[in-house]
Design a binder for this molecule. Structure first.
Ligand code: BTN
Length: 276
């Protein structure tokens, strides 16, 4: 039974979202809700291939095969968290697509700051952390962009009302939630609406040429900069000090004190220390 007035446990529906929605495009057209789905990203890609319009939203209460970066799975227990994917058709040159994922992390983080009063740090490229624990991850998957048109599916998973005692053992001490960071439960519809607004604002600003401003704000929130990192790119592992995020969204790493630098475009950046 849902206790009267406990909105944190209401199922997430378009009707619940509607009153909170402040966007122009994101979540304004098609909204597909699933009680159970394999992956909202998988479904959104399918819809995009069938010409679904920009801003179409796929939402799920639980995912049986939620996808994380690097082929990992995304822990998706029912009813507690947010799992959603948006279809984007960016008016951006192909080489600027990576900036989209940075802008999305920034927009989602700003939205959480405004709504729940705690602004997450960003671990490059777009993990959101509160108190050092990962609360959200973004997975952008694009198709057909090299041919000029194409689409990007932007998937976001956010741990909202998940208690520390509900984390699987392999995530204990690494993953957090809004509940764990703020000590209270949240109405997922309100949080989702805020995220859509934050994502849309950054997306439109980027399309309007605001990349330098976005990057400047991103660098301020990026916890990775100035730290010693180990970046795994396939079999190659780079270790050094993270100096900057360059105009292409790559992490610039100094390999050894005073040594040469290299720019990393993708990969898992584990923070190993405070700096040299
Ligand atoms: C990461 O590894 O940090 C990215 C995680 C992205 C998870 C979200 S949950 C909603 C959407 N659907 C998926 O299958 N993955 C993304």
């Amino acid at each position: 039974m849902t206790p009267a007035g406990d909105l944190s446990r209401e199922p997430l529906t378009p009707e619940a979202l509607g009153p909170f929605l402040e966007t122009a495009v994101f979540g304004r057209g098609l909204i597909e809700t699933h009680r159970v789905i394999d992956s909202t990203n998988r479904r959104a890609r399918e819809l995009a291939g069938e010409n679904a319009a920009e801003g179409a939203l796929v939402l799920a209460e639980t995912q049986t095969a939620g996808r994380g970066r690097f082929g990992r799975s995304w822990h998706s227990p029912p009813g507690k968290n947010l799992y959603f994917s948006l279809i984007l058709r960016p008016a951006l040159p192909l080489e600027k697509t990576p900036l989209l994922t940075l802008a999305a992390g920034l927009g989602a983080g700003e939205a959480l700051g405004r709504t729940v009063g705690r602004r997450p740090d960003i671990k490059w490229p777009n993990d959101l952390l509160l108190d050092g624990l990962k609360i959200a991850g973004l997975l952008a998957e694009s198709e057909g962009r090299e041919k000029g048109a194409g689409f990007v599916v932007l998937g976001l998973g956010l741990n909202v009302n998940l208690g520390a005692d509900e984390l699987p053992v392999e995530l204990a001490g690494r993953a957090g939630s809004l509940l764990m960071a703020t000590g209270r439960t949240w109405d997922r519809a309100e949080v989702l609406a805020a995220l859509l607004k934050g994502l849309e604002d950054e997306y439109l600003a980027l399309e309007a040429g605001g990349e330098a401003d976005m990057l400047a704000r991103y660098r301020k929130r990026c916890l990775t900069l100035g730290r010693t990192v180990r970046v795994a790119q396939g079999r190659e592992v780079i270790e050094g000090k993270a100096l900057d995020v360059d105009p292409k969204g790559r992490l610039v790493v100094q390999i050894g004190p005073g040594g040469e630098t290299t720019a990393v475009s993708a990969g898992e950046a584990t923070i190993t220390g405070a700096g040299y």
